[in-house]
Write a protein that binds this ligand. Sequence first.
Ligand code: SF4
Length: 396
Amino acid sequence: MDLLNTLVDKGLRRELPSRDEALAVLATSDEDLLDVVAAAGKVRRHWFGRRVKLNYLVNLKSGLCPEDCSYCSQRLGAETGILKYTWLKPDEASKAAAAGLAGGAKRVCLVASGRGPTDRDVDRVSDTIKTIKEQNEGVEVCACLGLLSDGQAERLRGAGADAYNHNLNTSEATYGDITKTHTYADRVDTVQKAHAAGLSACSGLISGMGETDEDLVDVVFALRELDADSVPVNFLIPFEGTPLAKEWNLTPQRCLRILAMVRFVCPDIEVRIAGGRELHLRTLQPLALHLANSIFLGDYLTSEGQAGKADLEMIADAGFEVETTDQVTLPEHRRGGGCGSVCGSQDKADETPADTAPAEAAQPAPQADAPAAPGPRTDLVTVRRRGAGTDVAPNA
Ligand code: SF4
């Protein structure tokens, strides 16, 4: 396919595809899917070899958030049954981090719910970062604490943080549809503050919230413009008790096309498969390793992922290797900064075919005897009941 040859050439040269080319990737058919994966896989291997970076989430403070992000199980008033607890102590956080590092992770992501940290919160997290760094040689630490005020990024950097995560989540045009309590501009400002303080900027998206292909392309181009070092690609986990609980819009094939598009637009940037991997890619997870060079090990903030051991087996079976602390993630020309994260817009599960995205509308009608596509796998959404904030051993 001419499109794919062009995109591979551009990816190897670090040249930005056009918006139309990015949209065309999202509009490819299921019949062409393996060609798309193979093409984007060439770009991935050129810049990252067969390495897979493992990241480990430690939820420092869970639930109790005053913000209203409609995709989030921790939002104001959400009845999601998640664990709720206030700040972990530095030793508790370090213990949780150590479990992930022992499981093969090289980066620990310290996350706290809330609009943004107070100066006292920055002190707490700084103590936690120092403790983790003292107790775990070579670990990379990324903080994710919400919107930053002036000077806070510098203080986190001074405490030893390597990166700061704050996702744009979706396009500027649709941001107001998913969150009313802060703006897209607020989010951009925090990513820029992190960058300016010398932190590696980690910022990503959430797909499956009902967004159009144009929204997806807009947010990925915006992330590239912000020069994020890592881009987490989340697939919406439609939590019961949130406004997006019925948004089961993604198929494994759609997830692969999204990851391929992100890879072509961000050829030399860490592309991380984030939340929703097990739920939406399901048995096609190993194919996604040909597109992304980074995943989360074990559980997510408020939901459980597949067993850490299964993550490691999948990586080995697919012919990839876990990146070690003596290997540098980013290609040489990008070294010296940052990190990445998630978000998206609306694609209704009960849309008629005429309402679906062009890529899906272009699919041939299924054969009469074709196996029925599985419905929403609500059974795969499991609230986290182990690890940080509990007495139960973590999944790592
Ligand atoms: S995404 Fe963050 S700010 Fe938004 S509701 Fe969830 S925890 Fe709060």
